[in-house]
Design a binder for this molecule. Structure first.
Ligand code: ATP
Length: 251
């Protein structure tokens, strides 16, 4: 689905990514963990086109997209949900969701996708006319995730979706992540709550110093003593999360 090969990137003279190689299998959730400043968010930016790599290639469905703009990548189905809250607080939930389709020219398609999203996310249907700013942090994150579906994305990049949320909201967010994969999307998740992130992921990737240090199944990384010592100590309890999308069958 997506492959990063030898990605070198940074801000100005400062190099952050130092040759990142990463493959995302279609329809799976991959969780990127690692210390603060290791380049997790920077990796997402090189995929969505917010940052151009100095070297290396980003290949999406067999096409080299390294030189494409963020808008061109959006149109190919790559959607990025940043860490910071990104809803327009004075607009309604429905208006915010519809804004997710701003690159679409077809108003009928926007209306049809709105109906599909409202049918999938009960919160969106129930709070359609509420101002986004009146929702809790967890509810806003759910709306942000729901909004990605306006572009029927193939690849969804989620930057720390559970940060700052209470345990119940975190569980809801991770359930939504699993739901995205069940509906056929590919998800790359960056998570400080590494336990919960890995528990919901098919694959885990550890980024250290701008390079991939370790890759394994989410379950393997959860039980790796070294990963446990370095990254899982202060995480959220596993039972807060839901099982990896591929382990959830038939519902
Ligand atoms: N716009 C920017 N301009 C300059 N430096 C930046 C910018 N964004 C990030 N950095 C720096 O790049 C480094 C990597 O940041 P990045 O956000 O990718 O790390 P991260 O692994 O996501 O860490 P965190 O968990 O703290 O978010 C950090 O040292 C950060 O200060």
């Amino acid at each position: 689905m997506l492959r990063l090969s030898g990605i070198t990137a940074g801000y100005g003279a400062g190099l952050i990514l130092r040759g990142v190689d990463l493959s995302l299998p279609a329809g799976q959730v991959t969780c990127l963990i690692g210390p603060n400043g290791s380049g997790k968010s920077t990796t997402l930016k090189t995929i969505s086109g917010l940052l151009r790599p100095q070297d290396g290639t980003v290949t999406f469905r067999g096409e080299d997209i390294s030189r494409l703009s963020a808008r061109e990548r959006l149109l190919r189905g790559i959607v990025h949900v940043p860490q910071d809250r990104s809803l327009f607080p004075a607009m309604t939930v429905r208006e915010n969701i519809e804004m997710g389709g701003f690159v679409l020219r077809d108003r009928r398609l926007v209306a049809q996708r709105w109906e599909e999203i409202a049918a999938t996310f009960r919160l969106v249907a129930e709070r359609a006319d509420a101002h986004a700013g009146s929702l809790s942090g967890g509810e806003q994150k759910t709306v942000e995730i729901a909004r990605t579906l306006m572009l029927d994305p193939a690849l969804i990049l989620l930057d720390e979706p559970s940060i700052g949320l209470d345990p119940k909201s975190r569980t809801a967010v991770f359930r939504n992540v699993a739901g995205l994969a069940r509906s056929g999307r590919t998800v790359l998740l960056v998570e400080q709550n590494a336990r919960s992130g890995l528990a919901v992921s098919d694959t885990g990737v550890v980024l250290e110093g701008g390079r991939v240090a370790l890759t394994g199944t989410g379950a393997d990384l959860l039980t790796d003593p070294e990963v446990g010592r370095l990254y899982l100590g202060a995480g959220t309890a596993v039972q807060d999360a839901v099982p990896a999308a591929s382990a959830v069958s038939g519902d």
